[in-house]
Write a protein that binds this ligand. Sequence first.
Ligand code: IMP
Length: 184
Amino acid sequence: MDQYLPDKVNINGEQFRVYLTKDEIQERLKDMGNRISHEYKDKRPILIGVLNGAFVFLADLMRYISIPCEVDFLKLSSYGDEKVSSGNVTDLKNIDADIKDRHVILVEDIVDTGLSMNYLFKKLEQFEPASLSAATLLHKTEATQHDVELKYVGFKISNLFVLGYGLDYAQEGRNLAQIYILEE
Ligand code: IMP
């Protein structure tokens, strides 16, 4: 069975084109996984994925990590069906793992304004992890207004709406195997 890799995709009447190919993504993830394996050797990190968007990235990234590690998930309120953030963050699902004195890596699909990441850092710091860092596949550097420290960044991208590889537009497009960007 082939993966879902069209050159262009139309969702909700809007046209998207390929922005990052499958190979570019996998190559970058290999580097990120190697770095994490090296920097967290003997630390048994817990990767905490932010649902829904990060599940594809997390699943692939984990398989490039060659040291023992664990995984857990949390869920925040989403964009709804819009392309701009509502400016509010609320919890929809909390972590189950006990992260006190553990080395935690938060895994996000994309950092846009930085509101979610900023909120998550404050939230998880309360559980007193031994260390807390963040990995994001994409970072819209120009859009970020909140203070966020991103240790592992896949790609710095322009301030345009993207989808695919876990990221959705109105819940569609998560199964695309590469990243697409809105055509201007
Ligand atoms: P932030 O709180 O503004 O940084 O937004 C983070 C969240 O917004 C991400 O986890 C995504 O779920 C969503 N998001 C931001 N930009 C995009 C985009 O271009 N496409 C799809 N989702 C996005």
